[in-house]
Design a protein around this ligand. Structure first.
Ligand SMILES: C[S@@+](CC[C@H](N)C(=O)[O-])C[C@H]1O[C@@H](n2cnc3c(N)ncnc32)[C@H](O)[C@@H]1O
Length: 457
């Protein structure tokens, strides 16, 4: 039986939400756009909502465009590239409004600025990771995980969101795979070697490769040479660094990761805000350098308008100090907290090289370091928070309230956890949301970043 629906809106996580034309039940599906009439196939019901597969578009949206990518609809990477960029931005703003109003009950009427658009809609991504797998014919392939199918990878040959050098590296990889005798790692048995491969790039189109393996003792010198020589031959001078990342997983034990610098420069650098940032194989770096520059501009504006030059600034979840090092000359002191040792080493090298005297790093978990800072009686006028997608733990939130900074700059790639945490800070800490600045770091996808400025009343 053909079921029909009309699509009403796009929501967080990239779903299109609509209503069955006959039963009036709520349905969620992918690849359809607001205003469209569609035909769908029932997939399953979850909490009273029909999860469906799109089978036909009966009446298309006037904002529908032909996606550039031939893998669109299967890969899931650029879920909104079938929509004009103007509309994509409008929906991102709308999603943030809805999340804030429903999760945090914050009426954003005058507080939300128009989203900052990305100059590039394609070719902006700085990091890519592909998983090795066997295709149905038993051939070794590397690809992206398919949405909803964590056990299957899609061996794409090109991605429009990546910088062009990554597509060249993909071509080189396709030539290497038939030549290698290394087996794919099998999580169930713990056997095999090849796990995944990471490509990191900068705006100069230079490339760092990290090959992630298990059971690395099975990787002979001949194999190592094959991978390195082939990539060097195919990529020439654009390949600047090669790392071998050895993982060891044993049931019930934490994953052990050891990095071996294999060839070339140790790191890539990306120039943002007048600083050459080192990018290692695993440490975090903002995925869209041009937009990250605009993030720093916004933080500079907030710092200049709200903080005195005598202020002390705390940067929790600091990475290499990316968001706070460009502000160090505007304040008296910066303390940065980061759990990843690679990022802290890179950040420390940077502050030494630049002779920044008022900046120090703490390696460790944010809430633990916060407790220590509180015990030492330290105080900060402002705190930058840029946590992973899950947001802040209850412990971190409670410690933050005890620290009582006057201002909080909360940056997040997850409006849901950001809205939840802001609701807590507003309710329990007497903070007020002054400004919310959405910024499109991830064009063509449903992901959206936002920066919140909070002030204690
Ligand atoms: C979204 S990134 C932001 C990094 C940095 N602000 C930037 O813009 O490059 C989040 C950072 O938090 C770090 N992190 C994750 N959990 C942490 C924790 N419990 N305590 C401290 N840092 C943590 C990660 O290693 C990562 O560098």
């Amino acid at each position: 039986m053909t079921r029909k629906a009309k699509i009403e809106k796009l929501i967080y996580r990239g779903w299109a939400e609509g209503e069955d034309l006959v039963t009036k039940e709520k349905i969620l599906l992918r690849w359809a756009l607001p205003g469209e009439r569609v035909e769908y196939r029932f997939f399953r019901r979850k909490k009273g909502v029909i999860l469906a597969d799109l089978t036909a578009i009966v009446k298309p949206s006037p904002w529908r465009i032909k996606p550039r990518c031939s893998w669109f609809g299967r890969c899931g990477g650029c879920s909104w590239s079938n929509l004009t960029y103007q509309q994509e931005l409008a929906w991102k703003e709308w999603v943030i409004r809805e999340v804030f109003e429903t999760v945090a009950q914050v009426d954003l009427q005058e507080k939300i600025n128009p989203i900052i658009r990305s100059k590039r809609r394609y070719g902006y991504r700085g990091k890519t990771e592909l998983t090795f797998s066997l295709d149905p014919k038993g051939q070794l392939v590397a690809g992206f995980h398919q949405p909803g199918r964590p056990d299957q990878v899609l061996a794409i040959d090109r991605c429009w969101l990546h910088r062009p050098i990554v597509n060249q590296a993909l071509m080189a990889l396709r030539r290497i795979l038939p030549q290698t005798s290394l087996p794919v790692y099998q999580p169930r048995t713990g056997q095999g070697v090849l796990r995944s491969i990471i490509f990191r790039t900068n705006r100069e189109e230079e490339l760092l490769i990290g090959l992630i393996v298990e059971n690395q003792e099975k990787m002979s010198l001949k194999e190592k040479r094959l991978w390195l020589d082939q990539f060097r031959q195919q990529l020439g001078k654009q390949l600047v660094s090669f790392w071998l990342i050895k993982e060891r997983r044993r049931p019930g034990e934490p994953v052990e990761v050891a990095k071996e610098h294999w060839w070339g420069a140790e790191f890539l650098t990306e120039a943002v805000a007048g600083i050459d940032w080192p990018i290692g194989p695993l440490s975090f770096f903002q995925n869209n350098a041009e937009q990250a520059e605009k993030m720093i501009d916004q933080l500079r504006r907030w710092t200049k308008s709200h903080l005195a030059s005598s202020a002390r600034l705390l940067d929790l979840y600091a990475g290499t100090g990316f968001l706070s090092l460009p502000l160090a000359h505007l304040v008296a002191e910066v303390v940065a907290v980061e759990i990843d040792a690679e990022a802290v080493v890179l950040g420390q090298k940077l502050i030494q090289a630049r002779k920044v005297k008022n900046y120090q790093f703490f390696l460790g978990d944010s809430s633990r370091v916060l407790t220590r800072l509180l015990e030492q009686g330290l105080s900060f006028e402002a705190v930058i928070i840029d946590p992973p997608r899950a947001g802040l733990s209850k412990k971190a939130l409670r410690s933050l309230l005890m620290l009582r900074p006057q201002f909080i700059f909360y940056i997040s790639c997850s409006p849901v956890s950001q809205a939840r945490d802001l609701a807590y800070l507003i309710k329990k800490g007497g903070y007020r949301l002054i400004e919310l600045q959405p910024i499109d770091m991830f064009p063509c996808t449903w992901h959206v970043e936002s920066m919140a400025l909070l002030r204690r009343q």
